[in-house]
Design a protein around this ligand. Sequence first.
Ligand SMILES: Cc1ncc(COP(=O)(O)O)c(C=O)c1O
Length: 368
Amino acid sequence: MQHSCFPVTPVTQSRLARVDFDNLGFGSIFCDHMFSMIYENGSWRNPEILPYQALALEPGVAMLHYGQTVFDGYKAFRGEDGQARIFRPGRNAQRLYDSCQRLCIPIMPAEELRDIMIQATRQLIELDHAWMPAQWGHSLYVRPLVIATEATLEVRAASSYRFIIMTSPVGGYFANLKKGVSLRVEDRFTRAASIGGLGAAKTAANYAASLLPGAQSRAQGFDQVLWLDSNEHRFVEEVGAMNILFKIAGKVVTPPLGGSILPGVVRDSALTLLDDWGIAVEQRPIAIDEVIAAFASGELEEVFGAGTAAVICPVASIGYRDEVFTVANTPPGELTLRLYDELTGIQYGARADTHAWNVCLPLPEMQD
Ligand SMILES: Cc1ncc(COP(=O)(O)O)c(C=O)c1O
């Protein structure tokens, strides 16, 4: 079903002039408009575009107490040809749908959700096109969010919800691309249960669980946490906001999607490109001991993360227990760079989009 345009209440005064596009950071600036929809009395209704604004919520709403909420994240890029390209929003819509199922949120059918998300994103970009950064590496981050809004302290799925899509101009990660990030293997806390938990859903609880280990890692001088499985603290799972891939003795190895890690859209895109290029990939459990042994034998060629925020991000070192292992190939490695160049090339329209990943729309000319 193709959704026609959603009704718009425009802002009376844009906040755009106050934005410093040279210091965007990540996710602290929000565009003028947001999409909104509500669920009440058993159905989703009132799709509309409103000025970005505070939500009025009673302190008793279920989401605040029991965490019944899901979100997702994807990006749109301004190409030199004047087109905006939204990267694989259909995949994110499917993941939001799956996250809703796990969190017992009565979302609309997956196809309808996808159409609504794509149409809403297009309309938000059209309205706030001047917020879309022009610089290579910068982009417009799109953040859909579903929250339980019923005020009840009973522990059960709520009867009312709000679905919001907000957008935010974000900066790039070029510094990380050049020097790579440092990871600390977390062998005490877990991000998500290995079996039957919430790990595959993009939901607040997984991120709340990551905050303390994340802060401890930073206090020790590491950039991010490398998570292990929750049962034995033996198998590598993923990084803070990225899936992880290793190149060991010529082969790419990455943990399988077993329900405990987030099924990343960039991970899937990278695996598709590797397959196109005839590079062998093994999706299998990989023990941290195997990674350490590969460091020791010199077979560990490259380590990189895959995720929307950084696209492809080289890993420069891994701290495990009391030792720090440095990746021999000073980042970025050859394959890391090849994947980064191909993916960003597709996203900005500089390389052929052979898998039809982008949803494109023309943008009005930029004003100086
Ligand atoms: C925990 C976690 N793993 C992996 C990813 C990578 O997923 P994607 O490639 O869809 O951004 C993210 C980011 O969304 C994440 O938060």
